[in-house]
Design a protein around this ligand. Structure first.
Ligand SMILES: C[S@@+](CC[C@H](N)C(=O)[O-])C[C@H]1O[C@@H](n2cnc3c(N)ncnc32)[C@H](O)[C@@H]1O
Ligand code: SF4
Length: 452
């Protein structure tokens, strides 16, 4: 396995979209085309499967210096109300495009830190949305909670509004790691919020752990995993630390490249971490995600219903996902769009009654074919190509897979590809073979984090 990781650990996308953001063709995109695409998808899919909303709540009180998310650091809570008013106004702009009441199937509050907002303000925001929609049966509402500022009242208020899933950012319990990433957070605090969530009735409780952080050793990782097991979250995200200091605005600092585990050490963190999680009863569901057997995510994997979008893996699929808030990404299956990335510009555009999308991509037929196959590989670990509906490079792509077949990472049968158990860690590498936009235009500088 070691030499396989050496061989395949290269920079690569995480495929929450295809084409991936750096390969969006700006020339194909206009806000007008985006609106038309939303109208089309809404008509096609609202009645049947409903829609998803993602709300980006960007504020955090302090900067964690490993974080790669779009955030705004402030201690001023006076930003809350104007921001949520902008989000509600933005939603009104979308409502004008719809010919019937949206059926809300999935809702996710991400960030930044949603629990930066007071429970009362979150309630105002959500009620503002709920009065304009019909809530679907078996709705899936989730949010990201920072253990240091999630209160019992947050959990209760959101539960009463229909939320059943929460993910808590844990990362690592080791004091040296926590100091380096500027995120001091005790196990007792995480225990408290996790127990509150269980008591209130949440059933999809997840913890985010990250491997490859500065100063992280296997001993620290093992202790973090064993502590996590005491709390038995239903799910776990086990993310590889994405070191992307070149990306504007992420603010990854406060430690040196030399403080990061070497490739060899990071590999051990991943491999031994995965082994330990499996010994402790967690099943790898999709890339980076583990769950206990009873959890919906695992059940949807078995039923082949697992889906992946900008929110990560989800157990249901909707064709239309409207992203609200600064930097939020929306997906209409036929197009992607991203909102402007600063709070002030976002608020200004919404004030001027403009849907605040500033970049995006309209998928052509070939993109749609590739998107479907990459999604199959990421979610079902298999896909079958139809040679009559493919692309000129298909045979070449299969040629490239031969090496992975020899390494027993995939099984190939005609035009059917199955990723093997051993190949799961290399799913991103398999998907990359079919990433036509990247293959045709290889990046000259580093734009992606490493695949492992
Ligand atoms: C928006 S935060 C979660 C909510 C809240 N802000 C918190 O920190 O608890 C989303 C998650 O992304 C993950 N994350 C952020 N930056 C990362 C990076 N550079 N590499 C890998 N994972 C990262 C962390 O696990 C983090 O918990
Ligand atoms: S990890 Fe969470 S709290 Fe920390 S800066 Fe990123 S979004 Fe904010």
């Amino acid at each position: 396995m070691n030499s396989l990781i050496d061989k395949y650990n290269i920079p690569g996308p995480r495929y929450t979209s295809y084409p991936t953001v750096p390969y969006w063709d700006e020339n194909s995109f206009t806000p007008e085309l985006w609106k038309q695409s939303v109208i089309r998808t809404f008509k096609e899919s609202n009645a049947e499967e409903g829609i998803s909303i993602y709300i980006h709540l960007p504020f955090c009180e302090a900067l964690c210096t490993f974080c790669a998310c779009h955030k705004r650091i402030t201690k001023q809570h006076s930003v809350e109300i104007p921001y949520l008013e902008s989000v509600l106004k933005e939603w009104q702009l979308y409502l004008k495009l719809f010919n019937e009441k949206p059926k809300l199937k999935e809702l996710h509050l991400g960030g930044g830190t949603p629990t930066f907002f007071s429970p009362k303000n979150l309630k105002t925001l959500l009620e503002g949305i709920f009065e304009t929609v019909e809530i679907a049966e078996h709705q899936e509402f989730s949010f990201e909670g920072h253990p240091n500022n999630t209160t019992k009242e947050h959990l209760q208020t959101l539960y009463d509004l229909g939320f059943r899933r929460v993910s808590f950012g844990v990362q690592d319990y080791d004091p040296k790691v926590q100091k380096a990433i500027n995120r001091i957070q005790s196990f007792e605090k995480v225990r408290e919020v996790t127990e509150w969530a269980k008591e209130i009735g949440y059933r999809g409780i997840s913890h985010d752990l990250v491997f490859g952080l500065p100063h992280q050793t296997w001993e620290a990782m093992e202790s973090t995993i064993r502590k996590t097991m005491e709390l038995k979250p239903d799910r776990l995200a086990f993310y590889s630390y994405a070191h992307v200091p070149w990306v504007k605005g992420v603010g990854q600092r406060g430690f040196d490249e030399n403080d990061l585990p070497s490739g060899e050490e990071k590999r051990r963190l991943y491999e031994d971490g995965k082994k330990l999680l499996e010994e402790l009863g967690y099943i790898e569901v999709g890339m980076d995600h583990f769950s206990l057997e009873h959890d919906d995510l695992y059940q949807s994997l078995i039923q082949k219903k697992l889906h992946r979008n900008f929110m990560g893996y989800t157990s249901s699929k909707t064709q239309l996902m409207v992203g609200l808030g600064m930097s939020a990404i929306s997906d209409s299956w036929y197009a992607f769009a991203q909102n402007i990335k600063t709070v002030e510009e976002y608020q200004k555009m919404v004030e001027e009654e403009e849907i605040p999308v500033v970049k995006g991509h309209i998928l052509n037929d070939e993109d749609l074919t590739v998107r479907r196959h990459i999604l199959n590989l990421m979610c079902q670990l298999e896909t079958t190509f139809d040679i009559h509906n493919s692309f000129p490079e298909l045979e070449n792509a299969f040629e490239m897979l031969k090496e992975m077949e020899n390494d027993e990472l995939v099984e190939i049968n005609g035009h059917h590809i199955q990723i093997t158990e051993k190949g799961r860690a290399f799913t991103r590498n398999v998907a990359m073979v079919f990433d036509l936009r990247m293959m045709r235009n290889k990046p000259e500088t580093r734009i992606f984090s490493m695949t492992i």
